[in-house]
Ligand binder design. Structure first.
Ligand code: PLP
Length: 398
């Protein structure tokens, strides 16, 4: 047997967020309790039929069986540019300002390789999607965590970043509507990010995976709508959440041509693009009827309302999210994130994600994903009511 040690970059990784939860889940299942899984942010609804049909036809066409272009089919990139114009009134050059990705996670994980040298800093939100800091570390860089606090509406406080850190920073990752806090950004916030980027020469990477998953008539804006944004950054987008296509692996990045081109250069040395039949499915998604997107919003809004009302009725504190399929729930008095999540799992069979799993600033919260149907959400509420009532933390408690 060889004795093979894994590279430091793997040994340094935090334990996989869902691994401990998976183990507890097995224990609970073994006791005969059926699990209600509000853990993973993966839509439970199927991909709309017209998208599947378009891909079926494309799969049979031999023209699609060859290597695709690593930067994406010209047709898809043009459709993306057209969609940005219609949806956000942002002008994009399809040839130089759009790149197709194997899911947005792929692009987020790879972009630090284009810009980060060993020791360089990337500014990363905490709590946040883990790929931002892990991609940075894989490239040899150092994440500097910007805490997202309730009193700042879960927006990073850019003024709290010292000029020394800001000067060493090369990139910043932000994400609104936000996973896991469900917070949304204002135009003023995006404008202050553009000003910060220009002052300190920092590339902004905005992750807009949830831009279409918003409720009650609210439509999140694109970062690129902020004045000057396209000269300092890019935006990541995904078809995963909007069209229930997490398994298909397709997303894109748009914005500053130099940044897009550098990401393309990394990709062209690592992967060979997205299977064209899937890109054609992506075209069908963006160009086809959008009633499916409205249905998706309705479905999550109904689930959200049931769960928010239920949680409040048992004394828990939670904001009604305007976007994303997450509730960011404050743990009750006397509990840590992990303690409350394990109470819900072991005593009620309900899987949630402890907030500190997304970064130390997530302590004090659990994330609940609205990815089960209304009946299961009602059942989850009933089970939790039997555990409660809970007492809120005192407002000034640390
Ligand atoms: C789900 C999600 C994505 C999408 O990932 P894909 O790779 O496009 O499926 C990106 N960012 C965040 C914050 C997410 O939650």
């Amino acid at each position: 047997m060889l004795k093979i040690e894994r590279a430091e970059r793997l040994k340094r990784l935090p334990p996989y967020l869902f691994k401990e939860i998976d183990r507890l889940k097995e224990d609970v299942r073994a006791k005969g309790i059926d699990i209600i899984d509000l853990g993973v942010g993966d839509p439970d609804l199927p991909t709309p039929v017209h998208i599947i049909e378009a891909s079926k036809k494309a799969v049979s066409d031999p023209a699609n069986h060859r290597y695709p272009s690593y930067s994406g089919m010209a047709d898809l990139n043009a459709v993306v540019a057209k969609w940005y114009k219609q949806r956000f009134n942002v002008d994009l050059d399809a040839g130089s300002e759009v790149v197709t990705l194997i899911g947005s996670k792929e692009g987020i994980a790879h972009i630090p390789l284009a810009f980060i040298n060993p020791g360089d800093i990337a500014l990363v939100a905490s709590p946040g999607y883990p790929v931002y800091h892990i991609g940075t570390e894989f490239a040899g860089g150092k994440p500097y965590f910007m805490d997202l606090l309730k009193e700042n509406k879960f927006l990073p406080d850019l003024e709290a970043i010292s000029p020394e850190v800001a000067k060493m920073a090369k990139m910043m990752f932000i994400n609104y509507p936000n996973n896991p806090t469900a917070a949304v950004a204002t135009r003023g916030f995006f404008e202050s990010v553009v000003a910060f980027a220009a002052e300190y020469n920092v590339i902004i990477c905005h992750d807009a995976a949830y831009s279409e998953m918003a409720f009650d008539g609210y439509r999140p804006m694109s970062f690129l709508e902020a004045e000057g944004a396209k000269s300092v950054g890019i935006e990541f987008h995904s078809l995963s959440k909007t069209y229930n296509m997490t398994g298909w692996r397709i997303g894109f990045a748009v914005g500053c041509a130099d940044v897009i081109s550098a990401l393309g250069q990394v990709k062209n040395n690592i992967d060979s693009g997205v299977f064209q039949a899937i890109q054609i499915a992506g075209i069908a998604a963006l160009e086809g009827g959008q009633a499916c997107v409205e249905d998706m919003r309705q479905t999550y809004a109904e689930r959200r309302d049931i769960l928010v009302a239920g949680l409040r009725s048992m004394g828990l504190s939670v904001e009604t999210p305007r976007a994303t399929f997450y509730l960011w729930v404050e743990v009750p008095h006397g509990y840590t994130s992990a303690g409350f999540a394990s109470l819900l799992l072991t005593e009620a069979g309900i899987v949630t994600t402890p907030g500190n799993g997304f970064g130390t600033a997530g302590e004090g919260f659990v994330r609940m994903a609205l990815t089960v149907d209304r009946e299961e959400i009602r059942e989850a509420v009933e089970r939790m009511i039997r555990l409660g009532p809970f007492t809120r933390k005192a407002p000034m408690e640390p």
